[in-house]
Design a protein around this ligand. Structure first.
Ligand code: AMP
Length: 440
């Protein structure tokens, strides 16, 4: 219950108004620590309720602070304009029974108009690093009394090249201050450097980590003979999977351009996004894609970094991504905020091992699916024993043959150990071309 988190009654009233009954896991863990003044390093994803997890403690602190400085006391840095807008909306909703005000400072808006709004003395500023730094340098943004600094989606800010700007902005905030850092992924060296630079003995909360935060997404694998077969399958999927928005990921710019042509020739509404396009072209493609109720965006990983496109119906991997984390970044774009998502990977014979290693990394087996309307000869690896075990599995020491019993009852992995590679070759396709997910 939120009432157990010792929140101000005006905040409880807003939560009631919003029908937020129970704090999410990240809110339950982060809010008390943040209210106690601790620095936090939180691994949590979009959809976990992370925004309220940092907004509520800021509002709580401001509600108990009678000083009336002429500068913002909270600074929230986010990677994109869209996310800034979303956070601002969340602040307005949570602060609706208070007099606290927030302002947005992001690119694409008139600089002077923005400066004028900053002079109205907002309590909290939500900003992208580039524009915040420009306003700071121009003397329009005063960070000298910031009490709480939030770095939201820090990993994406790093991906977008904002490390230095974030460091400069953090240095412009006074010490002591509180810093709350949120990231969807962990472990990069850049992120560790940022943590060392801006946080002070942070409490590390690892919640809803991306690895186990994709249960709402149906993840399928479609075997494909080669790129030509993949193209035919992709066209069939786009024409027959129903309305909605799809991102198709490729590993290279050349393939993205090629697919753009192939899909346009089929009269599909297609936009393409890759590193060779300039920022203006990219923004235009994204805006148009966002506006329509349906459409296809063909993108490479680099170009799609930092994109905030909600309400995606499906993600299709035309090429298998090169790592488990890249897979998660791609697939995490569908099925947001509790909505069900669909991710389909087209997998050629030489990508099969890579796909299996991603399954092992995620500790889950994807659904095998055959698209009957676009038949191919590759249906997954063939070399499978009658027991269902892949060729190469160890024989039993006592020399007994693998009997029915062993096949029906695979050994459970020992507690604490990662399960071994999911057995390949368990695929039995049903008449509609769909195979039920086989869980071990
Ligand atoms: P976020 O992870 O901050 O993007 O939040 C995801 C969605 O969950 C947003 O639409 C929030 O309004 C909503 N949300 C956040 N906290 C709660 C809660 N405790 N109960 C219900 N919905 C929530």
């Amino acid at each position: 219950m939120f009432s157990e988190l010792q929140l101000h009654e005006r905040l409880l009233k807003a939560l009631d108004e919003l029908s937020f009954k129970q704090p999410t896991q990240v809110q339950q863990e982060a809010i008390p620590a943040a209210i106690a003044g601790q620095d936090l390093y939180v691994i949590a994803q979009t959809g976990s309720g992370k925004t309220a997890a940092f907004v509520l403690p800021i509002l709580q602190r401001l509600l108990h602070d009678d000083s009336k400085p002429m500068a913002p006391r909270g600074l929230i840095l986010v990677p994109t304009r869209e996310l800034a807008r979303q956070v601002l909306k969340d602040i307005a909703a949570l602060a609706q029974f208070t007099f606290l005000k927030a302002e947005q400072v992001t690119g694409g808006e008139d600089f002077k108009v923005q400066a004028a709004r900053l002079r109205k003395n907002p309590d909290i500023v939500v900003a992208t690093p580039g524009r915040a730094l420009e306003q700071l340098t121009a003397g329009n943004l005063d960070l000298s009394v910031v009490q709480t600094l939030v770095l939201d989606e820090a990993d994406r800010m790093l991906d977008m090249g904002f490390a230095e700007d974030v460091g400069t902005l953090a240095d412009a905030c006074p010490q002591p201050r509180q810093t709350l850092l949120f990231s969807a992924t962990k472990g990069s060296r850049g992120l560790q450097r940022m943590i060392d630079q801006v946080l002070r003995e942070p409490l590390n909360l690892e919640l809803n980590s991306v690895r186990d935060d994709t249960p709402a997404i149906t993840q399928q694998v479609v075997p494909a003979d080669d790129n030509t077969h993949k193209e035919a399958t992709l066209i069939w999927l786009l024409q027959n999977q129903g309305e909605g928005k799809t991102i198709v990921f490729t590993n290279t710019r050349v393939m993205a351009d090629r697919l753009n042509g192939v899909l346009r020739a089929k009269d599909l509404r297609v936009y393409v996004l890759h590193g060779e396009k300039d920022q203006k072209e990219r923004n235009l493609a994204v805006e148009r894609f966002k506006q329509g109720a349906s459409g296809v965006l063909v993108a490479t990983d680099v170009a799609a970094r930092g994109l905030d496109i909600a309400e995606l119906d499906r993600v299709i991997n035309f090429d298998m991504p090169r790592s488990g984390d890249d897979y998660l970044h791609r697939v995490g774009r569908t099925g947001r905020a509790g909505a069900e998502g669909l991710a389909i990977s087209l997998v050629s014979p030489h990508e099969w091992n890579l796909m299996s290693s991603i399954e092992r990394y995620l500790r889950r087996q994807f659904e095998r699916r055959l698209v009957a309307e676009v038949p191919g000869s590759f249906k997954g690896p063939k070399k499978v024993k009658s027991s269902g075990k892949p060729v190469g599995a160890k024989k039993k020491k006592d020399g007994k043959k693998d009997g029915k019993k062993a096949a029906a009852k695979p050994k459970k992995p020992k507690a604490g150990k990662r399960p071994s590679r999911p057995p390949v070759g368990q695929v039995v396709t049903s008449s509609d071309g769909l195979t039920p997910p086989k869980r071990r």
